[in-house]
Write a protein that binds this ligand. Structure first.
Ligand code: CTP
Length: 440
């Protein structure tokens, strides 16, 4: 199997070797190349220690000297070059207490997480595949190198990585590896929220986000995302609009939206509050009144807890809050909805509504879809006409009111809001003279 190494990668390997240090491309870049994909980055493993690596290349950055990693800079590109190592004891399940550098590629590969990630490649020596990585890649299997419990104890995040890789590649997790996840799951409590949420997002934006189901089956979500387990265990099938549990519906909805983090997170969380507001009517049907409001509050807390950035928290919780909002389909009502929800959340909101609808039973689907399409058409007409939808587009400003003799303060804000309401109802009124004429 031939892999074409980028010129700069081959150059780094050659330079190291000319100085007496064997070196190989390793890990994800070899996996991706064998899959016929273009690797996002190329990592190199070598017998040289960090000082020796720095001696070979003029421009380097000390990325993780303690762990043997030096970044080599070549004409604006950067490559991580890491010393072969065997990891000593792990203190927090992640960082090795002592890193012993060993002059052996095999020892390095033995400590990597999965067989598909434990292959090395050299332009002259070819593929080094000591653990059946290529076979697992062909057969679609995520399997730990050696003893899975040892691999997960070295770095508990690997349990989430197993699920994430299976979702990205459409692979199955080998049974012994999967059983070891259930066995070691508690160790994930030591992992930082930032690392967890990076993996969650990678899983969600993968081609198989429904692998969230595996987080549930292995007990990972019980520990990290307990709200997801509650969703998976909340029935709503005795409501004719639904054919899945709340969790099942949410995963179906996730699959029906494009693979952007904020959209996938919105679909995952859009009904998270449902279990908290479930009522059953006299005919035994489930209802979830007020669930968008509760879901929005919970989504905010959950995303903050996962240390997501403020923009993601705001955007997702806003889309969750309004996912079920159905204004009457008149131009004025749609203008008011755009103002209420915020123009920046359109047209995402339509994607959310469509995905929500697609994850439901066939009952009422057509009517809902027709509603969304008409809503969208009205929205597009309003945008095309460039109509005023917020204070910044109003023909009257606070300065105009002050010039008229109004005192700066609350009254100005209230007056502007009043005028905006008039304009949302009658866009043709958005002229300074006409608006000022409306005031007492
Ligand atoms: N690795 C590991 N255990 C981890 C993280 C990484 O053994 N917890 C090893 C694997 O050999 C992996 C390589 O380090 O292939 C590079 O790690 P990383 O860049 O995180 O992952 P990739 O495999 O490149 O995949 P991705 O970039 O999608 O995370």
């Amino acid at each position: 199997m031939k892999i074409t190494l980028p010129k700069k990668v081959a150059f780094i390997i050659e330079q190291l070797e000319q100085n007496g240090f064997p070196a190989y491309a390793v890990g994800g870049c070899v996996r991706d190349s064998l899959l016929g994909q273009t690797p996002a980055d190329w990592d190199i493993t070598t017998s040289a220690n960090p000082q020796e690596i720095k001696g070979v290349f003029p421009r380097t950055v000390d990325t993780g000297i303690a762990h043997g990693t030096v970044t080599v800079l070549l004409e604006g590109e950067s490559f991580e070059v890491t010393t072969y190592r065997i990891d000593g004891q792990y203190e927090d399940g992640r960082h090795p207490k002592a890193v012993v550098f060993v002059d052996q590629l095999a020892e390095d590969l033995r400590r990597r997480d999965f067989t598909i990630n434990a292959m090395a490649y050299h332009m002259h020596h070819g593929l080094v595949d000591l653990f059946g990585g290529r076979k697992d890649l062909t057969e679609g299997i995520i399997r730990c190198v050696g003893n899975p419990k040892e691999r997960f104890t070295e770095d508990a995040l690997r349990m989430m990585r197993a699920v994430r890789f299976s979702a990205q590649l459409g692979f199955v997790i080998e049974p012994e590896t999967k059983a070891a996840i259930s066995h070691c799951v508690e160790q994930l409590s030591k992992i930082s929220k930032e690392r967890i949420s990076t993996e969650l997002v990678k899983l969600l934006i993968s081609p198989h986000p429904e692998e969230m189901q595996t987080l549930y089956e292995t007990g990972i979500s019980k520990l990290l995302f307990p709200w997801f387990d509650v969703m998976m265990e909340t029935e709503q099938r005795n409501n004719r609009y639904h054919c899945y549990t709340v969790g099942g519906h949410s995963l179906a909805a996730v699959k029906h939206i494009s693979a952007k983090p904020h959209l996938r997170l919105t679909m995952l969380l859009h009904d998270v509050g449902k279990p908290n507001c479930r009522t059953v009517d006299n005919e035994g049907r489930d209802h979830f009144r007020g669930h968008p409001e509760i879901s929005a509050v919970m989504a905010k807390e959950i995303l903050r807890g996962l240390k997501m950035d403020n923009d993601t928290v705001d955007t997702v919780s806003t889309l969750v809050l309004w996912h079920d909002d159905e204004p009457p389909l008149t131009p004025a009502a749609v203008r008011r909805a755009i103002h209420r929800i915020g123009e920046r959340h359109f047209p995402d909101l339509f994607l959310v509504k469509r995905a929500d609808n697609a994850g439901k039973s066939d009952y009422g689907q057509k009517e809902k879809l027709a509603y969304i399409e008409n809503y969208e058409r009205l929205y597009e007409e309003i945008i095309a006409k460039n109509q005023c939808l917020n204070l910044k587009d109003l023909a009257v400003s606070g300065a105009d009111l002050i010039a008229m003799g109004m005192k700066p303060g609350k009254e100005i804000g209230e007056t502007l809001e009043y005028l905006l309401e008039q304009v949302l109802e009658h866009p043709e009124e958005n002229e300074k003279e006409r608006l000022l004429g409306m005031l007492p």
